[in-house]
Design a binder for this molecule. Structure first.
Ligand code: AMP
Ligand code: ZN
Length: 117
């Protein structure tokens, strides 16, 4: 069910501390940790602690929590002193989503091209 921890979800396991991660920030409702396969000098994932399969589901079911995630992307950028950065929500496998627990990628620390490909 939306919001409840899923036994087979990698990011739920990180929230529960069952899988290690380099955590950079934590709030009551969110966790931010470094991506294991960074695509930029700063590549941090911000996730809600509660499980939602993607950003759209999160925004529809729990808009205040979605706002918490968005607020934390700014906090991560501030912490890494990024003047410019990109926030990405890959949504659907065709867009590159591989982990089915909503997450924002925060990318920065290098020039970022547009369109992103
Ligand atoms: P996405 O492809 O948008 O679903 O993003 C999933 C991201 O999770 C990828 O960038 C992976 O590199 C990252 N990832 C997968 N496993 C881990 C892990 N154990 N710790 C940190 N990041 C991970
Ligand atoms: Zn999950």
């Amino acid at each position: 069910m939306a919001g409840e921890a899923q036994d087979d979800c990698l990011f739920c396991k990180i929230v529960e501390g069952h899988i290690p991660a380099t955590i950079v920030r934590e709030t009551e409702t969110t966790v931010a940790f470094r991506d294991i396969n960074p695509q930029a000098p700063t590549h941090v994932l911000v996730i809600p602690k509660a499980h939602y399969r993607d950003a759209a589901t999160l925004a529809a079911a729990a808009p205040e929590l979605a706002a918490d995630v968005l607020r934390e992307t700014q906090a991560v950028a501030d912490e890494d002193k990024l003047e410019a950065y990109r926030v990405v929500f890959n949504t659907g496998s065709g867009a590159g989503q591989t982990v089915w627990h909503a997450h924002a990628h925060v990318l920065g620390g290098r020039g970022l091209e547009w369109p992103p490909g």
